[in-house]
Design a protein around this ligand. Structure first.
Ligand code: HSE
Length: 410
C-alpha cells in the first residue's frame, strides 16, 4: 500500500522526514502493511527537496490511484481541505489529518462519511500536537463518564504569557520573540485571539461528551488585553494568568464551553506548564483527574502524532477504528456568562476614586495591589452570581472598560 501527503509545510515535511527516517521500524510496527510514500501534493515548487520526485500539483492523481490507501492531510484551512478529504473518504481511502479547523468544523460529517465507506478518519495531531489525547480519550478512558476537559491548548500564547510572568516582558515584545523563534505565525490572529484554542476545545468537547460543538458557539477571548499589571496583580494574589480552553457537562445535559484567560493558583498543575508546552486535564468518574502534558506544536512532535495515526490506520484496514460524535440540538451550548463564579476585575474608576469605592456592596472582595498602579485604577477579586451581573454592576459603580477574568480551580 502507498501513502500520500497533501501539504508540504512545516507538519507535512515533518511527516515525510519521520516516515523516511524510521521507515523500517514503521513497516515493522504496521505488521502486514509495509507502505511507501508515493506522492506529495503542494501548489509550491520544491526543486531542491529530497522528495522532489514525489511532488505533484494535481489532486486527482491521488484520488484516482488505487495503490494509495492512506492520505495525510497537512494543508490546513477549511478549503479545499474539506472537499479533498471528503472525496478521498468516499473513494475508500483512509485520511489522517493535523487540521484542527477541519475537524472542529466538519469532524462529525467526515467521521460519518468514513464510517459509511469503511475507512478511517484519524486526527490525533489536531489537538496537543505530539501529546497523545484523542486516543487516550477514545480508548484508555473509555470506561469513564467524563464530566470536564480543560487545559492549555495553544503553545504560542502560553509562550507569550510565560515571558510576561517570568521575565516581565511586554506582550508585544514576547510576540515578536515568538515569531522570531518560529512559534507564532506572521499573522498571529488565530493564536492571540483564542481561535486556535477554541477549535481544539471543540474537538475535545465533541469527543468527550458525544455531541458536536461548533467553534462559532464557543465564548472565545484571547490574550491581547492582558497587561504586565494584570500579571503583577495576579502574582500578588498567588496566581498566574493562563489561556484556558474548558468544557464542562451541566446537570441538564448541556455543555459549558469557553476559551479565555483565567487566573489559576500558582501551585496548580497547569500553572507549572510553561513556554510552548500544552497540558490537558480530563476529569472522569472512575479515573478522577488525569493530565496529559508535552509539546503542543512544532514540526516533529506533530509529525509524530500524524505518523502514529498512519500506522494505526494501516493496521486497521479490515476493522475500522470506531469513534465519533453526533450532531447537537439547538441550545446544547449553555451561556457561560450566566453561571456564578469568582472573578478578577481591573478597570479605571470614571470618578477618579479607587477600589474601595468600586467594591462597596460587593461580596467576598479581595482588593489587589501592584507597584506603580494609577490611583484611579481598581483591581480586585470578587464572587458574583454571573459575569453578566458583574458587568452591569461594574457599569453602575463607574468602572470603565473593565478587564474581567475567571478565577478557576484547575
Ligand atoms: N499555533 C498553534 C500553537 C500550533 O501555538 O499551539 C499548534 O496547533
Amino acid at each position: 500500500m502507498n501513502i500520500a501527503i497533501m501539504g508540504f509545510g512545516v507538519v507535512g515535511s515533518g511527516v515525510a522526514e519521520v516516515f523516511t527516517k524510521n521507515h523500517e521500524m514503521i513497516a515493522e510496527k504496521s505488521l502486514h502493511a509495509p507502505f511507501e510514500l508515493k506522492y506529495i501534493l503542494d501548489i509550491r515548487d520544491f526543486p531542491d527537496s529530497p522528495y522532489a520526485d514525489k511532488m505533484i500539483k494535481d489532486f486527482n492523481l491521488i484520488l484516482e490511484d488505487e495503490t494509495v490507501g492512506i492520505v495525510v492531510e497537512t494543508m490546513g484551512g477549511l478549503h479545499p481541505a474539506y472537499e479533498f478529504v471528503s472525496s478521498l473518504l468516499k473513494a475508500g481511502k483512509s485520511v489522517v489529518t493535523s487540521n484542527k479547523e477541519l475537524v472542529a468544523e466538519k469532524g462529525c460529517e467526515l467521521l460519518a462519511t468514513a464510517k459509511e465507506n469503511g475507512v478511517n478518519f484519524l486526527f490525533e495531531a489536531s489537538v496537543g500536537g505530539g501529546v497523545p489525547i484523542i486516543r487516550p480519550i477514545t480508548q484508555c478512558l473509555a470506561a469513564n463518564d467524563i464530566s470536564e476537559v480543560a487545559g492549555i491548548l495553544n503553545g504560542t500564547t502560553n509562550f507569550i504569557l510565560t515571558k510576561m510572568i517570568r521575565e516581565n516582558m511586554e506582550l508585544a515584545d514576547a510576540l515578536k520573540l515568538a515569531q522570531k523563534l518560529g512559534y507564532a505565525e506572521k499573522d498571529p490572529t488565530a493564536d492571540l485571539d483564542g481561535i486556535d484554542a477554541s477549535r481544539k476545545i471543540c474537538i475535545l468537547a465533541s469527543l468527550c461528551f458525544g455531541k458536536h460543538v461548533s467553534p462559532d458557539s464557543v465564548h472565545t477571548e484571547g490574550i491581547r488585553s492582558i497587561t504586565l499589571r494584570d500579571v503583577a496583580y495576579a502574582g500578588n494574589a498567588g496566581m498566574v494568568i493562563k489561556l484556558l480552553g474548558a468544557a464542562k457537562k451541566t446537570a441538564d445535559g448541556r455543555v459549558l464551553i469557553s476559551v479565555s484567560p483565567c487566573l489559576i493558583d500558582q501551585h496548580s498543575q497547569l500553572a507549572g506548564v510553561s513556554d510552548v508546552f500544552n497540558a490537558i486535564l480530563v476529569r472522569g468518574d472512575a479515573i478522577g483527574d488525569v493530565v496529559f502534558y508535552g509539546r503542543g506544536a512544532g514540526k516533529l512532535p506533530t509529525a509524530s502524532a500524524v505518523v502514529a495515526d498512519v500506522i494505526d490506520s494501516a493496521k486497521h484496514t479490515e476493522r475500522r477504528r470506531i469513534f465519533g460524535w453526533t450532531d447537537s440540538e439547538p441550545g446544547y451550548v449553555a451561556d457561560c456568562a450566566a453561571v456564578p463564579g469568582r472573578f478578577y476585575v481591573r478597570g479605571t474608576m470614571t470618578d477618579g476614586s479607587g477600589a474601595g469605592t468600586a467594591t462597596a456592596g460587593m461580596k467576598s472582595v479581595k482588593v489587589l495591589f501592584a507597584e506603580n498602579a494609577p490611583a484611579d485604577e481598581a483591581a480586585f477579586l470578587v464572587n458574583a452570581p454571573s459575569e453578566t451581573w458583574l458587568r452591569k454592576t461594574l457599569q453602575t459603580v463607574g468602572i470603565a472598560d473593565p478587564v474581567i477574568m475567571k478565577v478557576t480551580d484547575y
